[in-house]
Write a new protein. Structure first.
Length: 358
């Protein structure tokens, strides 16, 4: 039996994140963005991703990252994010998990103030995890401070099997298609009375709308159609770095109004890569949503977006700053360690790297 590597597994608001601190492969490149391109073209590196992500060692909705050297000494470390279909440019829930891991493992020294900043280089730029700890040094919550995020385009129409769907495009470290669920009248209106667990304060009851677990199969299909329908669209080309071009995911949103506290309340499901579903409210997707709401004047300065997931978990998000390159979003959630795993490979095992059943 050969031990391939050790992983530390977290979940952020229900979404998995498998951390490989010492990947057993060399990943060339001077920057994390360059390392991502190396990984995409390397059978050995991509084979490790598949081994860790595919069944029976993972599952179709697994997510994780390889820890790398940072771009320079100003960051604590770098990371290559991966999922079942490849290597992504950004991952907010992963950044939160990495912040919790870095502080709880002692990789980054705990700040006695109770807020420890972890700086991470990712393919889309430099992000920060502000890790909040209690008096016992335990991680209570994590703020994901993203790259500048912006609205790209509005009122874009894509033909689907349900008819034309109108959407906005926004950047939050990756490009997302934002779809208002109210227009999807063909989808059954679901509802769930169960409160979710996790996020920074638990979940809230499903108040109607299309974003419900019983509609998930249809929502995945629609998300795939919309992403495919935007292939090659000129607005999906990144203006500065073609490696960041293309729609990463479709975010379908139920607008739930405002809470008595004045916070804006919405629920979403993010269908990314090839039909993969984010169990959390999606960190980089929430950043894109913040940028779009800010640009449309729907989110007032200082106002918080309460963003729920399809399973009822929750992020809180707001605009931290407004810059020439877009708004700086801060997204708050919680991440928890669930396992430390030694990944082994039996030489007689024929299921290598594994399979994806969906």
């Amino acid at each position: 039996m050969n031990t391939i590597c050790t992983s530390v597994d977290f979940h952020t608001a229900g979404e998995p994140f498998r951390i490989v601190a010492d990947p057993p492969v060399d990943i060339p490149g001077d920057t994390v963005a360059e390392k991502r391109m190396s990984a995409i073209s390397s059978e050995r590196i991509d084979g490790l991703r598949q081994l860790l992500c595919f069944e029976p060692r993972g599952h179709a909705d697994m997510y994780g990252g390889f820890i790398t050297a940072p771009d320079d000494d100003e960051a604590d470390f770098g990371v290559l994010f991966w999922h079942k279909d490849g290597f992504s440019t950004a991952c907010g829930h992963g950044t939160m998990a990495l912040g919790a891991w870095a502080v709880s493992s002692g990789l980054v020294a705990l700040d006695p103030s109770g807020i420890t900043e972890v700086t991470i280089d990712v393919p889309s730029g430099r992000v920060r995890a502000q890790v909040h700890t209690d008096e016992g040094g335990r991680v209570a919550s994590v703020d994901f401070v993203n790259v500048p995020s912006r609205l790209i385009g509005t009122g874009i129409t894509v033909p689907t099997s349900r008819g034309p769907v109108s959407l906005d495009l926004a950047w939050g470290g990756a490009i997302y298609a934002l779809v208002d669920g109210a227009q999807l009248s063909a989808a059954p209106a679901g509802g769930s009375d169960a409160d979710g667990a996790g996020g920074s304060s638990g979940g809230s009851a499903n108040c109607g709308g299309v974003v419900a677990p019983e509609n998930l199969g249809e929502l995945i299909g629609l998300g795939r159609e919309i992403k495919a329908g935007l292939a090659g669209h000129p607005l999906t080309k990144h203006p500065d770095d073609d490696r960041l071009s293309g729609v990463y995911g479709t975010i379908i949103v139920d607008r739930l109004g405002s809470l008595p506290t004045g916070e804006l309340h919405q629920r979403n499901v993010t269908v990314f890569a090839d039909g993969q579903v984010d169990r959390s409210p999606c960190g980089s997707g929430t950043a894109a949503r913040i940028a779009a709401l800010h640009a449309a004047g729907e989110l007032s300065p200082g106002q918080t977006l309460i963003h729920d997931s399809i399973v009822g978990t929750r992020f809180r998000a707001r605009v931290l700053a407004d810059t020439d390159d877009g708004v700086i979003p801060v997204v708050t959630g919680s991440a928890h360690r669930v396992a430390i795993t030694s990944v082994e490979l039996d030489p007689l095992d024929g299921l290598v790297p594994g399979f994806v059943l969906r």
